[in-house]
Ligand binder design. Structure first.
Ligand code: NDP
Ligand SMILES: O=C1O[C@H](COP(=O)(O)O)[C@@H](O)[C@H](O)[C@H]1O
Length: 495
């Protein structure tokens, strides 16, 4: 790896004492370090209110890496690059002191003023911090400065717009890296390759050959300790506005003319522009919401959502969403994209199933009434891979057809341990590659799409809870597909 692939950088983590930093960011930075993707000359500065010291943050980093395979000496060397700065987001002097620390570290580590500011604290501070970074001179360096913004980016279009305007006072669009961690997942990134590097798929990737596409992201966990946040969000804002619509865009976009950030983003944006808005009465026809009640998940009895910590016992917040999306363009007219996501479901799985249309005529009608449709399954997590379901001859004299499956699994490739989404995204940010981050135009369109749905849901209380924990969501979700003559493919299809 050449030096240009490992820019000398300081990473400033706002919210370094929090959960995200400990669970995702520290281990990701460590993995980059171990793989040699970080320059030896780097510094990480943790910022939060708690009166921690450099030693406290280094201890926390050590704890967060427990269970990782590492040599003690290597770990100590890694931790020595971590610094802590107690901070008040509204105090100018906090920014001045931080700037002094950064300047000192840049001199010690020969870092040419490259700074990543990572916003990992409550979203209400994102705008204030961004503006202060500019006004107090922290973006005024000899190198580049980039702002990484965690979700949620607003809670609807107006609040997202306001936040964006605030941030744009301080950073240009090309300096802003809005995280959608699904875009860092190995198999989400593979969607593009499967589509654009295989002659057998792209010619069929349209409404002549595909009957429907199903995207499921189901979780077995409930809201855990995030009840407070989730009450203001719900599954539509938490998962659909970002991760689910990002996957729809990647599946539906036209081939970009080049694999550059701008060309890819431009094609994804066209998909979001072509989404048929779901408004008024249509919301009940095209979207289903659910909330989990008590039940059994992985053999364990669990409470319903309304009994979770920091949740209103009468809450109308949805923990499940299924929807039918239509894309009004030549390629996709008439092809439903079904999405489904929920908490406390029977299985943890993110999967895409592309169902191809039937052949015009079934030559094997006397042996099989119905032929199994061809399926392309993209396994995103926890297993990573691709399956193709074809029809073959059943062994023996009957001449019947049976579905046969070709499987590729990332796990079966020797020595492959696919990087964590955060690891990949941090590295992209260091390299200045914003392809796998959300552009403002994508946020604008996706918020407007989901706002129309939440507007209707907010006016009409739901009959909650309407699915037991451990199930696959409310029955209406099945009816959404059966009304069109389809069904959700079981999540163990292609395993
Ligand atoms: N945790 C996760 O898995 C995920 C989190 N996110 C997003 O990441 C962000 C952080 O989440 P998470 O780590 O879970 O949150 P936590 O509540 O665990 O941490 C919040 C952090 O912000 C700091 N903080 C809070 N108020 C202030 C303040 N006034 N001045 C300075 N620091 C402050 C806290 O430290 P202190 O109390 O010491 O000041 C703490 O370090 C949120 O936007 C969240 O939505 C996104 C996806 C997943
Ligand atoms: O962004 C979020 O994603 C997680 C699910 O992520 P995954 O990588 O485990 O699929 C979800 O639990 C959380 O509520 C949401 O904020």
């Amino acid at each position: 790896m050449t030096r240009s692939n490992k820019p000398r950088t300081t990473i400033v983590i706002f919210g370094a004492t929090g959960d995200l930093a400990k669970r995702k960011l520290f281990p990701s930075i460590y993995n980059l370090y171990k793989k040699g993707q970080l320059s030896e000359e780097f510094a990480v500065v943790g910022v939060a209110r708690r009166p921690w010291t450099n030693e406290t943050i280094r201890d926390t980093v050590r704890q967060s890496l427990q269970g990782n395979d590492h040599a003690a000496e290597e770990l100590e060397e890694f931790c020595s690059h971590f610094y802590y700065h107690p901070f008040d987001v509204t105090s100018k002097s906090s920014y001045h002191e931080l700037n002094e620390l950064l300047t000192r570290l840049e001199s010690n580590y020969h870092i040419p003023g490259n700074r990543i500011f990572y916003m990992a604290m409550a979203p209400e501070f994102f705008g204030t911090i961004a503006v202060n970074l500019k006004t107090e001179g922290l973006t005024d360096t000899a190198g580049w400065t980039r702002l990484v913004i965690e979700k949620p980016f607003g809670r609807d279009y107006p609040s997202a717009y306001e936040l964006n305007e605030e941030i744009r006072q301080a950073f240009d669009e090309d300096q802003i890296y809005r995280i959608d961690h699904y875009l860092g997942k190995e198999m989400v990134q593979n969607i593009e390759v499967i589509r654009f590097a295989n002659a057998i798929f792209e010619p069929l990737w349209n409404n002549r050959y595909i009957s429907n596409i199903q995207i499921t992201s189901s979780e077995t966990l409930g809201v855990e300790d995030r009840g407070g946040y989730y009450e203001t969000s719900g599954a539509l804002r938490d998962m659909v506005q970002n991760h689910m619509l990002q996957m729809v865009s990647l599946l539906a976009m036209d081939p970009p003319i080049r694999l550059t950030t701008n060309e890819i983003r431009s094609e994804k944006i066209k998909v979001l522009r072509a989404l048929r808005p779901v408004t008024g009465d249509k919301v009940h026809k095209y979207f289903v919401r659910g909330q989990y009640g008590p039940g059994t998940v992985n053999g364990k009895e669990v409470d319903g959502y309304r009994n979770e910590d920091k949740v209103d016992p009468q809450s109308h917040t949805e923990t499940f969403v299924a929807g039918k999306l239509l894309i009004d363009n030549h390629r996709w007219a008439g092809v439903p994209f079904y999405i489904r996501t929920g908490k406390r479901m029977g299985i943890k799985s993110t999967k895409i199933v592309v169902q191809f249309k039937e052949l015009p005529m079934n030559l094997y009608f006397d042996k099989n009434d119905v032929m199994h449709p061809n399926l392309l399954i993209i396994h995103i997590q926890p297993d990573e891979g691709i399956s193709l379901v074809l029809n073959g001859k059943k062994i023996g004299p009957t001449g019947e057809t049976i579905p046969v499956q070709l499987d590729y699994s990332n796990d079966s490739v020797d020595g492959v341990n696919t990087p964590e989404a955060y690891e990949r995204l941090l590295y992209d940010c260091m390299l200045g590659d914003a392809t796998n981050f959300a552009h403002w135009d994508e946020l604008e369109l996706s918020w407007k799409y989901v706002d129309a749905i939440s507007k209707v849901w907010e006016t009409l209380p739901a009959q909650f809870p309407n699915y037991p924990s451990g199930s696959m969501g409310p029955e209406e979700s099945d009816r959404l597909l059966s009304a069109d003559g389809f069904h959700w493919w079981p999540l163990d299809t292609g395993k």
